[in-house]
Structures are given as structure tokens and as C-alpha cells.
Ligand binder design. Structure first.
Ligand code: SME
Length: 156
């Protein structure tokens, strides 16, 4: 997919986040926009920090058994602990991976940060191997920044 398309999708998603009535609606809108516009995003969800765990919030795709993930577990835990985006090209060769669906082949996890504080993360699975690249990282880091604004502002 062309960069122009990614820019348009970033604009649409950030507008949906800004236009939502509250923080929960903003997360739901972001998940829906991303899932709808990017065919290789087979599962799209947002986890939120709750103490030392990540708790599943809005998502689209098959129900996941991992609704609560401790920080020392999974690719999700690793991305939150390192405060960095993690892209895994082949989940079946990554020992950290917690399986959500048998069809999943690759994954990207992008932390939602307010300064150094992890508010949560965007987690996306694809049924294609190595589905995520630099364009996905840029798009999702922009979306995560917009979500961080909504989650940390009074306008929740
Ligand atoms: N694969 C994630 C767990 C969440 S499911 O993909 C929805 C992980 O390894 O942390």
C-alpha cells in the first residue's frame, strides 16, 4: 500500500479519535477505523495498563484468551516494559509469543506513552507472515500519540 494511503488512514483515524465523545469511544473508533482500512490487520485491539497488568479493552477480530497479560509475559508485556514498538515477522519462531489465534503469523505492538508512563498499547495481528513494516510503525505510533492525548487529558 502506498504512503499516500497510509497518510490518509492516519488522518482518518486521528480525526475519529478527536471526534469521539470520550476516551473509550476514541479507542473503539481507532480500532474500527484501522481494522476497516487495512486488510492485513486481522485482529486489532487496545490493552490498557491496570496495576502491573495489561487488560484488553476495545478490539475487533476473534475473541482472545489473553484478556489480562502480566508485564513479564508475551510480546505485549515486552513492548510495554521496553516502551518500544515491537514487530515480530513470524510469531511461531518467537518464544515470547502468546497465541491468540492459530491463523496469526505476524504481530506489531505499539505502546501508548504519556512521557515515560505506559498507558496501554495497540496490538495488531496478521494472518500473513511479515505483514508489518515501517509504514505500519509510523501510522500506529501517530495513532498511539493521539490516543495518549485522549487517555491522559481531562476530556476522557
Ligand atoms: N500475542 C500477544 C497476546 C495477545 S493476542 O495476540 C491478542 C502476545 O504475545 O503478547
Amino acid at each position: 500500500m502506498h504512503t499516500t494511503e497510509y497518510n490518509r488512514i492516519a488522518g482518518d483515524t486521528i480525526a475519529a479519535i478527536g471526534g469521539a465523545g470520550d476516551a473509550h469511544a476514541a479507542m473503539t473508533a481507532a480500532v474500527a477505523t484501522l481494522k476497516e482500512q487495512l486488510p492485513h490487520y486481522n485482529w486489532v485491539g487496545i490493552y490498557l495498563m491496570d496495576g502491573n497488568d495489561l487488560v484488553l479493552g476495545p478490539f475487533l477480530g476473534k475473541p482472545s484468551p489473553h484478556t489480562r497479560i502480566a508485564l513479564d509475559r508475551g510480546i505485549c508485556g515486552a513492548a510495554a516494559t521496553q516502551r518500544q514498538t515491537i514487530i515480530v515477522d513470524d510469531v511461531n519462531s518467537d518464544p515470547r509469543y502468546l497465541a491468540c489465534s492459530l491463523e496469526t503469523r505476524s504481530e506489531i505492538v505499539v505502546p501508548i506513552l504519556a512521557g515515560d508512563r505506559v498507558l496501554g498499547e495497540i496490538d495488531i495481528d496478521s494472518d500473513r507472515l511479515a505483514a508489518f513494516g515501517a509504514q505500519d510503525r509510523v501510522l500506529l505510533e501517530e495513532v498511539a500519540a493521539a490516543l495518549a492525548d485522549r487517555l491522559s487529558s481531562g476530556r476522557s
